[in-house]
Every structure is written in structure tokens, then in C-alpha cells.
Design a protein around this ligand. Structure first.
Ligand code: NFS
Ligand code: SF4
Length: 656
């Protein structure tokens, strides 16, 4: 294609059609003028394969690949005889395996770091929340009284390591779930042993000629997914809190306007908080600041993107420049002097865009190199070697900036860092920290229920639009929304993570928000922090009055713009834990099959949650609300629609 053809091709895509993010729109328009392509353009030019989209093909052996008919799914089988249900369930299982492996690997890295800190050979990090450490140790049955913190921590390391390496037995954090939920899992035979074992087993069971009954494979799908939510992800969150601090609400800035024209701009994009934490130390090093100033810059400006950015935003108030679908667009500003990436959700396309605008792009993790991109390995024993070098390279790039700088001015504010611990405190106060006030407000109907709206952005749908419309609709209907991952940046840019957004909520939720001074949408952190939602729902069950398993609660989950296999693993562990979970964009299952019926109907009959699917945010909201109302009715909460406070007698009755 000639350059002018290419420009014409790029210009045929209207930025306003593919994203509602104003700054991303501006940068896409500039990219088109500059002849630079992004994932938005590639998505427009790459039609999704209709058979693959529905997961109706298999390439698990060389007798295939086999393509079945997504429109008439039982008309054909694979060469080996595999039916549509076998093929779809195996494909789904492999997505769960990969997603679980990602969170598990991340959690294991965090455990290694924690072990290094506890043993004393890693010196650049320290335990910063001993209270949390003691509380988690106690929860896992480790003696804590009259013991040194490091002593407790050593036992805790050994206990948490079981999450990954245990061959037989139950994952340590399974204990955290409500009794009835645990019993349901045991009955279904899905309590995970160790995550490594589950991932190994799911991989072998999906090999050609292995598990060819979707009703049996689903057990391993659930077991593996649960090893993510109650294992890899939960450990990552808990260790993150112990090392870097449990989040409490902090006002933060988001959007591309956080870049500064007269400073050295560095972006950290990825998932592991250790790289980010060390980079924070580097950019605050007086020597490096002096170097930056000597090169003419006013200072060094560090900002985050995607999930580790969310962890640092929640814990330290570090500004956040945007979510997954803005990572290429932001380089078009020309203002990014360096971008360092670690693991997960790093588009290979970044390399080319960075090259066009002279941004220094670096990979840092041995698991995730990109061809042609310089690699500076990050080592926890000497973390500053990597991060200082990145800063030096960024300063060099600043001094030699040639690309014109065009930073969209927009910055939005939000409140971030609602850990489940803080929600406890916020609602109950220091003396009476508990989830009882939340439950009371759900019981009296001021709040109808709680929805988790989480996950990615995806160029197959208009960026941020589905997230924002869905959340607006939910809060308007008095449903409190909790968020993690890229979704929370979509809502922050729309201004919904502020207490002032309470006026967009229905009268009941607005009243609660105004009384407590909280936003109607609570940001809980990165995708691994979906485990905070699991812990929060456990606390809701424990506070009483809303049934005795997670499946009884009037709650629902959604990933309206999902794209990654991690999102599928997360969705599956919510379903297996008892939560109704709805996804947007597309769903990798052919309807009218037995596997579809199993996932979308039958799991619920076993006491779990179920999957659902809708593309339109209003349809999605209607389905979530209907589910929440169904759960309210089952709890007998639909009879009393009057908004009366639960009195002391009622509370005693609930507690009894
Ligand atoms: Ni979650 Fe974080 Fe974002 Fe999706 Fe990717 S960054 S782990 S997978 S795209 S929410
Ligand atoms: Fe085809 Fe069966 Fe081989 Fe899959 S495992 S590629 S369905 S022959």
C-alpha cells in the first residue's frame, strides 16, 4: 500500500466512532494525520473470524485443525469425533488456564519478593502494613500472639506458598469463603488444591483424546478458576497490601493531561507493583532530578497506565494516564520520553508507535520481551539498576526531543483506593467497623444491591462507552457499583468516581452516599484486586440478613468491554463463587449447545452463579437489575418496599 493509500485508509476511521475518550480521539486523529496506525485501525481492518469467535474450531492436534458449523453446531464433529460441546469446553478451559496462570504467576512473583524481604536478602522493599500481615496470618490459622512480626511472616510465607505448590489439600484462602459456599464447592468437587497442579491438570485434560465430556471438564474449569480468585489473585492482593500498604481513599488525577510538557515524562505500563515502586524511588532521587533539570526539564513526571498504574494510584495517588486502549494513543502526544513495561496487556503495536514518536520503550521482565525493543531486566535484588537506567534514558530523550509535543489538556479527578478494609471502616466507623450498615441499607431497599463492573477496553466496541453507560444506569437504579481494572479509569474520566456524582444516583443510593460522603462508584484497584470484591462479599454474608452463601446475595458482576483470557478466568471464578456474571463484546460459545446451557443455566442450579451476555449497556443493566431483584425476592426483601431504617429489634433478629 502506498503512503497516500494508507493515509486514506486510516482517515476512513472516525475516532468519535471508536472511543468516547476525548483525549484518545484527539490522539487518534493526530495519528491519522501522521500516518500512524493503532489497534483501533487494525480492528477495523481485521474482521473477526466467525467460527473462531464462537469457539467452534479446534487445533489441538494435527488431524485438524477442525472447523465445525457455528450455525448448525451438531451437524459435524472433528476428525477425532469431538463434538461441539467438547471443542467449546476445551477451548474455554484453555482460556481459564491461561488467565489463571497469569494471575498465579504474578502472585508467585509477589510471594518471592515477600520471601526475599522476610529473609532479609531483598533490601529495597519492606513490610509496610504489619497490622494486615497479622490479621491475614490469624485468618489462615497461624499463631500471632507474643510473636515477632518476622516470625509470623515466615510462617505466613510457607502457608501462602501452598496456594501454588500444594499437591493435595485445600487452598489456604478457601477458609475465607462463607461456610455454605465452601460446602457447595466440596459437594461439586471443585475445591482447588494448588494452582500449579490445577493448571497442569486442565492443560492435560484438554489435550486431544482426554476429557471429552463437558459436564466433567467443567469441574476442572471451576477448580482452576477458583485457584485464581481465591488463590493467585488473592495472594497477590494481600502481599501487595503488606508490602506497599493497604489502600485508603486518595484523590487522584487521570487522563492524558497528567503528562507535562516541561518535564521528563515516564510511563509505567503493566501489572507488577514492584517495578513501579522502585521507579517511584528513582524519580525522587535528588541526583536524577538534578540531571533532569540540567537537561532543561523542570522535573521528572511519573505516571501509570493499566493495572500497576491502578495499584499505585490507589496506594500512592500517582497520576494515571489511561486504560488499555489508550496506551498506543498516548505515545502520539510525542511527550512520552520513556515507557517501561513489565507483563500482561502490552500490545506489540506499541513498538512501532514509540518508534514513530521517538519514545524510548523498554521491556523489563524476563517473561515478556518484544522483538526489536530494548530490554533492561528488572531484578528485585537490585531494582534501581533497571529503573535508574530507564530514567537516564528518558532524560536523554527529553534533551533531544524532536517530535512536536501535543498534550491534550484534559485531566479528571476521582477518589481511588477503596479496599474492603476501608469500606468496613467507612460504613461502620472506627468503633463499629462492619458491613452491617451496608447490609441494613440493602435490606431497607435504599441500596438495591451491589454490582462489580470491571475489566478491559476492547477496540471491537466503542472504548469506555459500554462501561460508562452501564454504570450510570446501575447507580440510577440504586445499585452501588464497585470497580477494578481498566473499567475504573473509564468511569474516572466520566467523573463518576467523585462524591459529587451522587446526584446521578437514584434517591436511595444518593442518600447513603451523601451521608457517608462516598462516591456511588468505588474504585478497588487492579484486576488482581477483584479478590477484594470476593472478600467484600464474604463480609456481606458474615454481616447477616442477606442469606448464608455468596449465591444468596443481591449482587452481580460485569465485564462489558472484556478482551483478555484473564477476564474469562475472573468471570469463571465469580460464577463458581455464586455470582451472576455478564460479559459484553462477544462470548466464545455457540448458543443452542449443551455447553451453553450448562454455563448459562445449569451451574446456577448447583448453587453457583451463572454466565450471561449482552452487548448493549442498557440491556446489560436491565439483566443485572433483574437478577438483583430476583435475589432480593428470594431473600424476602421485595415485600417491604418502604424505605424504613432497620431498627434495633430487626437488627437483633438478623444477628440472632
Ligand atoms: Ni485486567 Fe490489567 Fe486492563 Fe483488561 Fe489488561 S490491564 S489485568 S486484563 S486490559 S482490565
Ligand atoms: Fe480436530 Fe479432534 Fe484434533 Fe481437535 S483434537 S484438531 S477436533 S481431530
Amino acid at each position: 500500500m502506498s503512503k497516500s493509500d494508507k493515509l486514506q485508509d486510516l482517515n476512513s476511521l472516525n475516532p468519535a466512532d471508536v472511543t468516547i475518550c476525548e483525549t484518545t480521539q484527539k490522539m487518534l486523529a493526530k495519528a491519522h494525520r501522521d500516518g500512524v496506525e493503532t489497534a483501533f485501525d487494525r480492528a477495523a481492518n481485521m474482521k473477526a473470524c466467525p467460527i473462531g469467535e464462537k469457539s467452534a474450531c479446534c487445533k489441538h492436534c494435527a488431524m485438524g485443525p477442525c472447523r465445525l458449523n457455528a450455525k448448525d453446531p451438531y451437524s459435524k464433529v472433528g476428525v477425532c469425533g469431538a463434538t461441539i460441546d467438547t471443542i467449546q469446553s476445551r477451548n474455554f478451559a484453555r482460556m481459564v488456564a491461561s488467565g489463571t496462570a497469569s494471575h498465579t504467576d504474578h502472585g508467585m512473583e509477589m510471594l518471592n519478593l515477600f520471601k526475599g524481604v522476610v529473609s532479609g536478602h531483598i533490601k529495597d522493599y519492606e513490610i509496610s502494613d504489619t497490622e494486615k500481615l497479622i490479621q491475614v496470618a490469624g485468618e489462615l490459622g497461624i499463631a500471632t500472639e507474643d510473636r515477632e512480626v518476622l516470625d509470623i511472616a515466615r510462617d505466613l510465607c510457607a502457608e501462602m506458598e501452598k496456594t501454588y505448590t500444594q499437591i493435595e489439600g485445600e487452598l489456604p484462602f478457601i477458609k475465607r469463603a462463607p461456610k455454605k459456599t465452601q460446602e457447595m464447592w466440596r459437594e461439586a468437587g471443585v475445591v482447588p488444591r494448588g494452582a500449579m497442579r490445577e493448571i497442569m491438570e486442565i492443560t492435560t485434560r484438554t489435550h486431544m483424546g482426554m476429557d471429552q465430556d463437558h459436564t466433567n471438564l467443567i469441574k476442572q474449569i471451576n477448580r482452576t478458576a477458583l485457584a485464581d480468585g481465591w488463590g493467585g489473585s488473592m495472594v497477590a492482593t494481600e502481599i501487595g497490601d503488606m508490602l506497599f500498604g493497604t489502600p485508603y481513599p486518595v484523590v487522584g488525577e487521570v487522563n492524558m493531561g497528567v503528562l507535562k510538557e516541561d518535564e521528563v515524562n515516564i510511563i509505567i505500563h503493566g501489572h507488577e507493583p514492584n517495578l513501579f515502586d522502585s521507579m517511584l524511588a528513582s524519580v525522587n532521587d535528588p541526583e536524577l532530578i538534578a540531571k533532569a533539570q540540567a537537561s532543561g526539564a523542570k522535573g521528572i513526571n511519573l505516571v501509570g497506565m493499566c493495572c500497576s498504574g491502578l495499584e499505585m494510584l490507589s496506594r500512592r495517588g500517582v497520576p494515571h494516564a489511561g486504560n488499555f486502549m489508550s496506551t498506543e494513543a498516548i505515545l502520539v502526544t510525542g511527550a512520552v520520553d520513556a515507557m517501561a513495561v513489565d507483563v500482561q496487556c502490552i500490545k506489540q503495536g506499541l513498538a512501532k508507535v514509540a518508534d514513530c514518536y521517538g519514545t524510548k520503550l523498554f521491556t523489563t521482565n524476563p517473561r515478556a520481551h518484544i522483538e526489536g525493543v530494548p530490554h533492561i531486566e528488572f531484578e528485585e535484588d537490585y531494582p534501581r539498576e533497571c529503573t535508574d537506567t530507564v530514567v537516564e534514558m528518558a532524560i536523554k530523550r527529553y534533551a533531544g526531543r524532536t517530535a512536536p509535543i501535543d498534550i491534550p489538556k484534559r485531566k479528571d479527578k476521582g477518589v481511588f483506593g477503596f479496599s474492603h478494609e476501608y469500606i468496613n471502616y467507612m460504613l461502620g466507623g472506627t468503633f463499629r467497623g462492619s458491613y452491617t450498615p451496608l447490609n441494613d441499607n440493602i435490606i431497607n431497599g435504599r441500596i438495591r444491591g451491589v454490582a462489580g463492573v470491571v475489566g478491559c477496553t476492547n477496540p471491537r466496541v466503542k472504548q469506555d462507552y459500554v462501561h460508562v453507560e452501564l454504570v450510570k444506569e446501575l447507580i440510577k437504579n440504586d445499585i452501588l457499583v464497585v470497580q477494578t481494572g481498566c473499567s475504573q479509569i473509564s468511569l474516572a474520566k466520566a467523573g463518576l468516581l467523585t462524591p459529587e456524582a451522587a446526584h446521578l444516583a437514584g434517591p436511595g443510593l444518593a442518600e447513603v452516599c451523601e451521608t457517608v460522603g462516598m462516591p456511588p462508584v468505588l474504585g478497588l484497584g487492579a484486576c488482581v484486586d477483584n479478590s477484594r470484591i470476593l472478600t467484600a462479599v464474604c463480609n456481606m454474608v458474615a454481616a447477616g440478613g442477606l442469606g448464608d452463601s455468596i449465591a444468596d446475595l443481591p449482587v452481580a458482576g460485569a465485564a462489558p468491554e472484556w478482551m483478555s483470557e484473564k477476564a474469562i478466568a475472573i468471570g469463571q471464578y465469580f460464577v463458581a463463587s455464586g455470582v451472576y456474571t455478564i460479559f459484553g463484546v462477544t462470548f466464545p460459545i455457540v448458543e443452542q449447545t449443551k455447553f451453553y446451557k450448562l454455563m448459562f443455566e445449569d451451574l446456577e442450579k448447583q448453587g453457583m452463579g451463572k454466565w450471561d451476555f449482552a452487548v448493549d449497556p442498557h440491556d446489560m443493566a436491565a439483566k443485572m437489575i433483574a437478577h438483583i431483584e430476583k435475589k432480593r425476592a428470594a431473600l424476602g426483601l421485595d415485600k417491604d418496599k418502604e424505605r424504613v431504617l432497620v431498627g434495633m429489634d430487626d437488627r437483633r433478629a438478623i444477628e440472632a
